[in-house]
Design a protein around this ligand. Structure first.
Ligand code: DAH
Length: 339
């Protein structure tokens, strides 16, 4: 009997070691240890043994059972390990393959100009102010000395929401809002979108962007205005840029002027960008009209100020050599990625 058991053990171990799969192992388990397995049958047949033989045979069977189980486990682990290795081998990733390129966007030319302008004026001690795009006619016109019958108030130029509420046609109303809430010294710029009922063409859009500037303090003169704008023009468009002032009219400034800069492409000789003029019109400006100061609660006998306003698109077009305003709004990536 003992020999039979030891033979079974040898045989089982041999089969286990030669097995080729987990399924084989399972069959072996059933064959020896299953309900009708060979080792189980021996246990069941113990009744035929002499009582004194039983304990020794019993413990031998248990020993063999344990040994077979250990062998099964070892071999199972072998198969699992092999499976893992195969998987790793077959699933390996070729890290030398080029990846899909992620497309990085670029900053829109209008945003670029606004950021540049802010940087320049922050460097000169200005603060950035903001105001609503849906504005009261009171701020867009009345307080800025633009009376009811002024042509700029014409229904054809301005988007009115009601008689008193409109989409601001300029950033100048922020001047009035700032002066109303703050006594001088005031030194601000305010960039933002403005709206006019123009049809779209190469130089017009019903929405565009302006930057407004306002300085109010004691003894502010036209010389401060000229110096500031000259500095701005050089920093924004290049150190060689020259600036010139032409008399003009705005209701909210007196005296008023328009400023041109020498063409930074040709340096003033005349080219495609400046349309042969040598100069590019840059902005409107002037000394804040005393009536505007009074309208906003500032004493014109004590304080004076200057103001200016310019179109951001115009600067972007000149600086980047863009000849059609519409390109700035079409969001064509082929165009935008150049900047
Ligand atoms: N608001 C004017 C416009 O839209 C531009 C302007 C001119 C602003 C003179 C000013 C200024 O502050 O002083 O055409």
């Amino acid at each position: 009997m003992k020999e039979k058991i030891l033979n079974l053990k040898e045989q089982a171990i041999k089969e286990i070691r030669q097995s080729n799969s987990e399924k084989d192992l399972n069959d072996i388990r059933v064959k020896y240890l299953g309900k009708k397995g060979e080792l189980t049958l021996i246990l069941k047949g113990m009744g035929t043994l002499l009582p004194e033989e039983r304990p020794a045979v019993g413990s031998l069977v248990n020993e063999v059972r344990e040994k077979i189980e250990t062998e099964l486990k070892l071999k199972t682990n072998d198969f699992k390990e092999q499976e893992l290795q195969n998987k790793l081998k077959n699933e390996n990733i070729d890290i030398t393959l080029p990846s899909k390129r992620t497309k990085l966007g670029s900053i829109h030319p209008i945003t670029q100009i606004i950021e540049d302008v802010k940087e320049i004026f922050l460097g000169m001690g200005y603060e950035i102010a903001d105001g609503p795009e849906i504005e009261l006619a009171k701020y867009n016109f009345d307080k800025l000395n633009t009376p009811e019958d002024h042509p700029a108030r014409d229904i054809q130029d301005t988007f009115y929401i009601t008689e008193d509420i409109l989409l601001r046609s300029q950033t100048s109303p922020i001047q009035a809002r700032v002066m109303e809430t703050k006594q001088p010294p005031i030194k601000i710029i305010c960039p933002g979108a403005v709206y006019r009922s123009d049809s779209v063409d190469a130089t017009h859009s019903p929405v565009f962007h302006q930057v407004e500037g306002l300085v109010v303090d004691k003894n502010i003169s036209m010389a401060d205005l000229k110096g500031t704008l000259e500095m701005f023009a050089k920093k924004c468009l290049g150190e060689k840029t020259k600036i010139r002032f032409r008399p003009h009219h705005f209701p909210f400034t007196e005296p008023s002027a328009e400023a041109d800069v020498s063409c930074f492409v040709c340096g003033g000789k005349g080219c495609r960008v400046c349309k042969g003029e040598g100069w590019i019109e840059l902005l409107g400006c002037g000394m804040v009209h005393p009536k505007v100061l009074i309208n906003c609660g500032i004493d014109p006998n004590e304080y004076t100020g200057f103001a200016f306003g310019f179109g951001v698109e115009r600067i972007a077009m000149a600086k980047f050599g863009i000849d059609d305003l519409r390109l700035l709004y079409e969001n064509d990536i082929r165009f935008l990625k150049q900047f």
